[in-house]
Design a protein around this ligand. Structure first.
Ligand code: ADP
Ligand code: ZN
Length: 520
């Protein structure tokens, strides 16, 4: 068995780094011991090393499953430059090329083989894998396997087959973006054997978080830019057309801007990307297609011209700012019209279950934008991390809303959740609290529970807002996989049984320009 010392030597020899980052060392130790491992680490955290180093020091070949065909080539080239024999197999190659690579594997000449999930599942590939010595399976972008993630790819679900076909070969699953439910689902879907789970902190304290009403966006942007001359940044827009027209408008106002979207030719796209990397252009107006695999450390700001579809996406996109650790800004424009627009788009072309999930994720995003609590706390809570203190580096922390003692309200909600056996979703819970007499409530016999009608004095709208505050702060959880029912957490028990106080914010004071409307 290879040792962590050998791994350290390989890190130095092949990658030129003196030491592992703290979590990398533990992860690699675990992999070398043959354990299944789940890694949650933000982009730029150094996930690749976690399987590349074991691949180098162990006998056999590490098979990396990655959905990003466009990035495979770059990764393999980078490995080859470092003197590590690696190759990739995907649909962009002809059969002669694929045949040659398969031969190299059979001859034991490669340390890493990157494959697309389609390739992995193609006929004959499993028996091919049986003929080579696989040391480790690495599943990159592992959140794609979960229907509860924000980027579900049905072909990924077939990766279940790995463990049944190769029960003794360890699996490492890596992702930079998974909410709590998705984290759990990854382990289950891959049938991992009591995996070691490593969750790096997702906190990026150097990025200031601000949300502004979506009125008069162009002028707000130019005000923002006036204080950031010569600082590179990205403006994310919803549509391709919007990226072009915004870039055009900025150029006409004297800014050095360009645009980027998936509708451009490969040449146009790499030109825009290169110009930005070299600081020849300062502003890129882009769709979410921009940024993946781009390693530019001095991006000073990211603006969201429109509300992102979900918190996972938002977090990934703002994370492109301030990789160098220096002070950076994330500015999000929020308007209710954007929410409506996005809902329309989501409802267009997906299956029903996915649409419902995406709507719930959108609602969480909307609640983040409307929130009255430390924004960083909400973001980290979403990924399963609890902050002890407010961050001091978001608009809410700088300008805190007044709060009131909402302990009684929270207790009523939590007690109603407990008394309905955690079987109700938000809408039904509010019905129970408000003493509604509809069929759903009566059929389930919820009119008999003790808290029925205990929250009549609070409007439906306010209940929704309070419950979302509680979600944001981790006082309750929503189980997407169980009909969106609300669940108690450790923290809810402290409120119910240990006299923990809850501070809530009144909405009248925090509401932005549009009237609050319930999404679902
Ligand atoms: P991720 O896949 O998590 O986004 P990468 O694996 O691409 O991150 O690593 C991000 C950057 O950090 C790369 O430039 C990589 O070379 C560098 N890096 C990784 N591990 C170390 C280390 N132990 N010491 C110094 N730099 C590292
Ligand atoms: Zn804050």
């Amino acid at each position: 068995m290879a040792t962590i010392r050998e791994a350290r030597e390989a890190l130095k020899l092949y990658f030129g780094y003196e030491q592992f980052r703290p979590m990398q060392e533990q992860i690699i130790e675990s992999v070398l011991q043959g354990q299944d491992v789940v890694v949650l680490m933000p982009t730029g955290g150094g996930k690749s090393v976690c399987y590349q180093v074991p691949a180098v020091v162990q006998p056999g070949i590490c098979v990396v499953i990655s959905p990003l065909i466009a990035l495979m080539k770059d990764q393999v080239e980078a490995l080859l430059v470092n003197g590590i024999p690696a190759a990739y197999l995907n649909s962009s190659q002809n059969s002669e090329q694929q045949y040659q690579i398969e031969n190299q594997c059979l001859e034991g000449k490669l340390k890493l083989l990157y494959v697309s999930p389609e390739k992995l599942l193609s006929s004959g590939f499993m028996s091919f894998l049986n003929r080579i010595k696989v040391s480790l399976f690495a599943v990159d972008e592992a959140h794609c396997i979960s229907a509860w993630g924000h980027d579900f790819r049905p072909e990924y679900t077939q990766l279940k087959a790995l463990k049944s076909q190769f029960p003794s070969i360890p699996v490492i699953a890596l992702t930079a973006t998974a909410d709590r439910l998705t984290q759990k689902d990854i382990q289950e879907q891959l049938h991992m054997h009591s995996p070691n789970v490593f969750v790096a902190s997702f906190d990026r304290p150097n990025i200031n978080l601000t949300v502004k009403p979506g009125k008069d966006r162009f002028n707000r942007i130019t005000d923002f830019l006036a204080r950031r001359q010569g600082q590179p940044g990205i403006i994310y827009c919803l549509s391709r057309k919007a990226t072009e027209s915004l870039a055009d408008k900025l150029k006409r106002s004297g800014y050095n801007a360009t645009f980027y979207h998936a509708g451009m030719t490969a040449n146009q796209r790499s030109k825009a990307q290169e110009d930005f990397l070299k600081d020849d252009v300062m502003i890129v107006c882009a769709t979410v297609a921009f940024g993946m695999g781009i390693d530019k450390s001095n991006v000073r700001w990211v603006i969201h011209y429109n509300l992102p579809k979900n918190i996972e996406g938002y977090y990934q996109e703002i994370g492109r700012a301030g990789r160098d650790g220096a002070k950076s800004d994330a500015l999000l424009f929020y308007s209710y019209a954007d929410v409506m627009n996005m809902r329309g788009m989501l409802q267009e072309n997906q299956n029903e279950a996915q649409t419902e999930l995406q709507l719930v994720k959108l609602e969480r995003m909307q609640q983040f934008a409307e929130a009255a609590a430390c924004r960083r706390r909400i973001l980290l809570q979403y990924f399963g991390e609890t902050m002890q203190k407010d961050c001091g580096n978001c608009d809410i922390c700088r300008n805190p809303p007044t709060r009131f003692d909402g302990t009684l309200i929270a207790q009523k909600a939590l007690s109603a959740i407990a008394r309905t056996q955690e079987r109700v979703n938000m809408g039904l819970l509010v019905d129970v609290l408000r003493g509604a007499r509809n069929a759903q409530v009566l059929q389930a016999g919820f009119d008999k529970v003790k808290t029925y009608g205990a929250g009549r004095d609070v409007s439906t709208l306010d209940w929704n807002r309070y419950l979302h505050q509680m979600l944001n702060e981790g006082l309750i959880e929503m189980a997407y996989d169980q009909g969106y029912t609300l669940k108690l957490t450790e923290q809810s028990k402290q409120v119910l049984f240990e006299n923990r106080k809850v501070q809530l914010v009144k909405f009248e004071e925090t509401r932005q320009e549009e009237p609050a409307v319930k999404v679902r």
